[in-house]
Each structure stands twice: as C-alpha cells, then as structure tokens.
Write a protein that binds this ligand. Structure first.
Ligand code: BTN
Length: 251
C-alpha cells in the first residue's frame, strides 16, 4: 500500500524532486480537492495533495466520493497556469489514468465520457476539475480518485454492479507507484503539444463512440442519438448536438 511512506520527510522530499512539485500528505482530511483549492486561492505554486482517507470526498455533480481509509488513491494536483479548461482537462485526466495503469500492468482501461475510467466494464476511477482565474493564467485543481484495494463489500450496495477496484479486477497495484506514474502522465496530457495525441487516445479507448446514447443532465435528457465524436474542447457530439456535461448511458 505504501502511501504512508510519504509521511517520512526524506522519502517525501526525494519524491518531490522526482515529481517536480511539493507533496502535501495527510492521513485524513475532508477532501484533497477542497484543500488544493484552498491552497490555489492563497497563490500556492504547483503541488499535489494526497490523503489516505477523506471524510467529505467530492464527486462530480455534487455527489460524494467514498473510499475506506488506505483503499484508494485520493489526490488533487494544482496546475499553474491552467493547462486547459476544466471540462477538457478532466477528460484528458482519463487518458493519463489509463496510461498510468497500462504502465503498471493493468492494460486496456476504457474511458466513459466525460471523466470515468473503466476496467472490466466497471468504473475504477473518476476525475473532477475546478479552475480559478487570477489574471495570470489562473490555476486548475484536478482531483482523481482511483479504487485500488477495495473489496466488493466496501462499495455501497447501489454501486456494486457499476464500480470496481484494481484488486477486484485481479490486479495488485501499490498506490505510491501509481501516484508517481499518474503525475508524469498528467504532465504529459497538460502539454499542449501532446493534446491531439491525447484526444486521439481518448477516442481509441472510448466506450460510447459510435453507440446510441442518452445524455442526462439534472435528471433530464440533454441529448439522444449516436455519440459521433468528441470536440477539441471535450464536448460529446451526439447527433448534431454538442454536450459539455452530463451522465451518459448506452441505449
Ligand atoms: C467522479 O465523481 O467520478 C469524480 C471523483 C473524484 C474524486 C477525487 S478523490 C480525490 C479528490 N478529492 C475529492 O474530494 N474528490 C477528488
């Protein structure tokens, strides 16, 4: 599991050198996302906030992100300047997660628009992004949760059919190497010169492209039809419509 090694100052500073940013490690805190946004607001330089446990973890659309202590990788990266609009960068984060998993032996992760990573057709990771503007390129806080060690009973009953962990999918992965690889893959998708390749990789890994889908937003149908492509800004093209946010389901 090994994330706790970051509590040792010498280990943390060696890793900070490798990652090129400060690491703020917590055994427990309400939300790494809230903490990184607070640091962004006070002008902090690029860093990553990591926690073994969150007591008020945030998901997309105001949902909660739940994970037992030490079971998941829970981290939020502060990028300065913002590498992209939040919706696009959260989508690109899926590519970074999939590439990091490939490197650690979990091959073939698929991406469900907008920000979900799936292994074995179940969600194993999700991302959310928040931007701030400050007149100097602003900043972006990207939070990622990866289900690593959870057992089936660790998920609430209503999520057991749709959520999984790397362990449940048959993979033993340590969270520390995952944090390291994921950080370098995030830097790669943050690089604008790599953008086209990252979007193409998103398309290759996509679960919805070419499928008949419905996009729901706040409980209402926002679009219905064939998911044809994603736009350069991460919008899903459904029929003739562009959809920037929502939950997609295959029909
Ligand atoms: C989703 O709903 O799919 C996005 C989940 C994002 C969860 C991560 S866990 C680390 C960071 N801190 C939070 O409170 N949320 C994000």
């Amino acid at each position: 599991m090994r994330l706790a090694l970051l509590a040792i100052p010498a280990v943390r500073s060696a890793l900070e050198l490798e990652l090129g940013r400060a690491i703020e490690y917590h055994a427990s805190l309400p939300s790494t996302q809230d903490r990184a946004r607070e640091l962004a607001g006070s002008g902090a330089p690029p860093l990553v906030v990591v926690a073994e446990e969150q007591t008020d973890g945030r998901g997309t659309h105001g949902r909660s992100w739940l994970a037992p202590a030490r079971a998941g990788l829970l981290a939020s990266w502060l990028f300065r300047p913002a590498p992209a609009e939040p919706a696009l960068f959260a989508l690109l984060a899926g590519v970074a997660v999939a590439r990091a998993l490939d490197a650690l032996g979990v091959t073939g992760a698929r991406l469900k628009w907008p920000n979900d990573v799936e292994v074995g057709q179940k969600k194993v990771a999700g991302a959310l992004a928040h931007a701030t503007t400050d007149g100097e390129g602003g900043s972006l806080v990207l939070g990622i949760g990866v289900n690593v060690h959870q057992r089936r009973d660790d998920f609430p009953p209503d999520l057991r059919e749709s959520a999984t962990s790397l362990a449940l999918a048959g993979h033993t992965v340590d969270r520390l190497p995952l944090l390291v690889r994921l950080t370098s893959e995030l830097d790669r998708v943050a690089d604008r010169s790599q953008r086209r390749a990252a979007l193409d990789e998103w398309r290759r890994r996509a679960t919805v492209l070419g499928q008949q889908v419905e996009v729901l937003r706040e409980g209402r149908t926002a679009a219905r039809g064939i998911a044809r492509d994603i736009a350069e800004d991460g919008a899903l093209i459904v029929g003739d419509e562009r959809v920037l946010a929502g939950d997609v389901r295959l029909l």
